[in-house]
Design a protein around this ligand. Structure first.
Ligand SMILES: [Zn+2]
Length: 197
């Protein structure tokens, strides 16, 4: 008897990416962490919003520009509230704008700590599909993720992909970055290892 089941694995970021830039106090190219606080400045009706980063050595600050001189009437009041309350979800949304941050900084360190929340796989399944839930994109590679899920090497992942044992939907390259809602289908029973239980 053959079963096919869909399971969800959630990738949970445990921290926001660090950025690298020159610290004017330390006089060196160094890492800054996200303070998880917005700074707001209003001049008449024009509003500026920044997300504040702090140097890991001296607490010197760098302000990541979020909105520059925007008329307050053009910003949704619920969003203003979120800026004023340092709403964590809003902060993380901006702190994970890695491409934008890369343009403003010397580098962004996306090698952050994360957790995999796994739904237990059915041991009777001869084919399983794992749906990836990935809310905050930090550039994780698909082959790295699969290697971690199944506790195998990246070269093994590529071998299994080439012989059709691991399939991706959408059909993107193993070396691509993980996308939300990616589905990984594995065929056979080779994966029934302790790592999955
Ligand atoms: Zn510094």
């Amino acid at each position: 008897m053959s079963f096919h089941h869909l399971f969800t694995y959630e990738i949970i970021a445990l921290e926001t990416p660090y950025i690298k830039r020159n610290c004017s106090k330390c006089k060196t190219n160094t890492e800054f962490y996200c303070s998880e606080k917005f700074r707001m400045n209003a001049n008449q009706k024009l509003v500026d919003i920044w997300l504040i980063y702090n140097c890991i050595h001296c607490e010197g600050t760098w302000n990541y520009p979020i909105l520059s001189r925007v008329n307050i009437n053009k910003i949704e009041s619920t969003l203003i509230q979120k800026f004023m309350n340092n709403d964590k979800e809003t902060i993380w949304y901006y702190a994970f704008q890695i491409n934008k941050l890369r343009k403003l900084c010397n580098d962004v360190n996306t090698d952050i700590r994360y957790e995999l929340r796994k739904e237990k796989l059915n041991p009777l399944s001869s084919e399983v599909t794992i749906r990836i839930c990935y809310k905050y994109d930090f550039g994780l590679r698909i082959d790295k993720l699969i290697a971690e899920i199944f506790a195998i090497s990246r070269s093994k992942v590529n071998e299994l992909s080439q012989n059709g044992t691991i399939l991706l939907n959408p059909n993107i390259k193993m070396k691509s970055k993980v996308i939300d809602e990616l589905q990984i289908t594995v065929i056979g029973d080779w994966y029934k290892v302790d790592a999955l239980t």
